[in-house]
Structure formats: C-alpha cells, structure tokens
Write a protein that binds this ligand. Structure first.
Ligand code: SF4
Ligand code: SF4
Length: 351
C-alpha cells in the first residue's frame, strides 16, 4: 500500500456529539437486523469450518493450520467466560458476599463528588486493561429496540481495547482474525473486573459487549472518537483499531465532552477503506447520506453506510473475518506495530 496519507490531528472538546441526526427518521435499531442476527450462527460456523479445512489443504499463507489455531485460540476467554458479560455479581471464592455477616458491599458507598468518581472509574478501567475510557449520559435512542431498562441506569462507561497492530496488519488473514479475537477476550476481562468494582461500591452494573445498545454512538457521546467512512469509531490514539464495550450503571458519574478532530472532512477525500475493501461494501460517495443501503443499517444518521451484507459474504468467501478497513485507515497509528505485514513477516521471531 503506497498511498498512505499523513494526517494532522487537532483534537478539541465540543459541547455536542459530532453527528447529525434526522430525528424524524432515526428509530431504535432492532438487534435482530444486525447482520449476525440475520444468519443462522451455527450455519455460519459450519460453513467456516468446511472452508477452513480446504484453505489449510490449499496452503495459502495466512490461512495455515497454525494461523487458524491462533485465531480460534484468541476467542477462548470471551467464549468460555460468559460471566464477563453478566449483569449480576460473579460467584467467586473471594467475594465479600461469601462472608455474609461482614458484607460491606451491601450499602452504597457515599459519593459526593461525581467528577472524582469518574476519575476513579477511569483509573480502574485502565488498570484492568482498557486502552481508552470515557463516560456519557445514556441516550436511550442508542438502546436496541425492545430493550427496557429502569431510569436509574443513566450513566455509561465506554471502554476501548486496542487490537494488536501487527496482527491487524496481516488482514484479511486468520492472523488478523486472532487480533480481533484477543480484543473480545480482553473485553470479557475488563468488563468482569469493572462490573465487580462497581458492585463492590454498592451500585449496579450492566456489562455489555455488542449487546443491549449501539457501542459506536455511545463511544462518540463519551468523547472517545468520531465516526469514519468505514462505519467504525475512529479514535485519535489508535484510529479504528479498537474493540468497544460498555457498562450501564446507576453509579453517580460526571460525563465527558465529545471530541472533534476533523474525521468527516478527512473521510470525504481519503476513501482508502473503500478502495481496498475487497467486498466493495464501503461507499465511494463524496457526501454522506441519511439513507441506509441494506437491512442491517439504521437510517436517519448522516454517514456513509456500509453494506453489511456484502461485507459478511466476503467473510464467508475469505474463510475468516476481515479488518482491512481498519488496517488501511491513516488514523490507524501504532508506535509498536507495522501497518502492513505478510504472514511470514508476522511469524518472524524478532518482529
Ligand atoms: S471488514 Fe473487510 S469486507 Fe467488511 S467493510 Fe471492512 S474491508 Fe470491507
Ligand atoms: S480509511 Fe480514510 S476514508 Fe476510510 S475511515 Fe479511514 S480516514 Fe476515513
């Protein structure tokens, strides 16, 4: 990739999130319309498994037995540790509730300064492994349709976990898929620890991955970044090379202001993600629009809509998922990793 563009970022805090909504059109998104909700998940895996066996025999670099072994290993914590995405206290040997008579977590910790509590929360999130963390008020239009939550859940802690730059640099191989899987597994860890931290303070925590509410608009509200042409959150620190998770809570917190650093203007002319997308799923239009392009889009927000059906069909053809629109984005900056790597380069001992 020779056409990598250098960017200059001036991040400023703004009073309103940097998105434009047509209130008459935007509805709460039905979760079943997500692309993965529209396919039979088991069928998806069966197709993948058949494809993987033939790819391994074919011997294509980045799709070997070792590469797929890595990709499937990366998801193990996410898949095995369901409690990471729990709404309740996780049963553990050390938990204060195990010592019923001396359960100091039963009362609410007195919080007089919501701003200070936000600082504690951010520090804790970083300790537990979040790369970025922000806080926003819960805008209920970002909840999936049919989700009902008591009004007391008014705050959201949004966390981003950086994905390995070297792994993503091999996209669309199974190695890049491993970088994604590790992101999800780390999310389970961060969420579990943060949920327990909040419950130990006597408050409630609903730990969410991609469920319950739309992560990207919440991350924008919480000041973590802006929306890119590729349909992903673009952060100033890592570009789109992050996974997102969030906790809905009644813990008193002070929200952060959103940020702006010129992503929409840059995306108007950059178009690298659209150029390199094998599925031609990303719009090449100069201007964003309010109209979706497939059933898995939610019309009513001004953006470049990504054709999730084309994207997903490419994943099936590829035998694994794809992160090329993350890899090629000029905002994908890393001090520790490369932007483009062959599988052979990735597996070098001293990379
Ligand atoms: S994940 Fe791959 S196929 Fe899907 S939109 Fe991004 S570049 Fe295109
Ligand atoms: S590759 Fe370019 S057009 Fe696509 S999201 Fe990144 S900056 Fe925007």
């Amino acid at each position: 990739m020779k056409d990598r563009i250098k960017i200059v970022k001036k991040v400023r805090r703004v009073d309103k999130p940097p998105y434009i909504i047509d209130e008459s059109r935007l509805k709460r998104f039905p979760r079943e319309n997500m692309i993965f909700g529209r396919v039979k998940w088991e069928g998806y895996h069966q197709k993948h498994n058949k494809k993987i066996s033939s790819l391994i025999i074919e011997g294509k670099p980045g799709y070997s037995r070792i590469d797929f072994a890595l990709a499937y290993a990366s998801w193990i914590v996410h898949d095995a540790f369901e409690d990471g995405f729990s709404r309740k206290r996780i049963k553990q040997f050390r938990t204060p509730t195990a010592m019923k008579k001396s359960d100091w977590t039963k009362t609410k910790c007195k919080i007089e300064d919501a701003r200070k509590m936000s600082t504690y929360i951010k520090r804790a999130a970083r300790l537990f492994g979040a790369s970025l963390v922000g806080v926003c008020k819960l805008n209920r239009k970002w909840l999936y349709a049919k989700v009902k939550l008591p009004r007391k859940f008014e705050n959201v802690i949004v966390m981003a976990v950086e994905m390995d730059a070297n792994g993503i640099a091999t996209s669309p191989t199974a190695i890049a898929a491993a970088a994604t899987g590790v992101g999800y597994s780390k999310m389970a860890f961060v969420l579990a620890c943060m949920g327990e931290f909040i419950r130990n303070l006597g408050y409630e925590a609903i730990q969410c991955g991609n469920d319950t509410a739309l992560s990207i608009p919440l991350a924008i509200d919480a000041g973590l970044g802006e929306l890119g042409r590729n349909g992903l959150l673009i952060t100033p620190e890592y570009g789109p090379r992050v996974r997102l998770c969030k906790i809905l809570t009644d813990l008193p917190l002070e929200p952060d202001k959103p940020i702006e650093f010129g992503v929409r203007e840059f995306c108007r002319t950059c178009k690298l993600c659209a150029k390199y997308c094998e599925a031609k799923a990303i719009s090449m239009d100069n201007e964003p629009s309010f109209n979706g392009v497939c059933k898995s889009n939610n019309p009513g927000a001004l953006k470049w809509y990504v054709d999730a059906e084309r994207c997903y069909l490419y994943w099936q053809k590829n035998g694994t998922d794809c992160s090329t629109c993350i890899k090629v984005c000029p905002y994908n900056i890393s001090t520790s990793g490369k932007h483009k790597l062959s599988p052979e380069e990735f597996w070098k001992e001293n990379l």
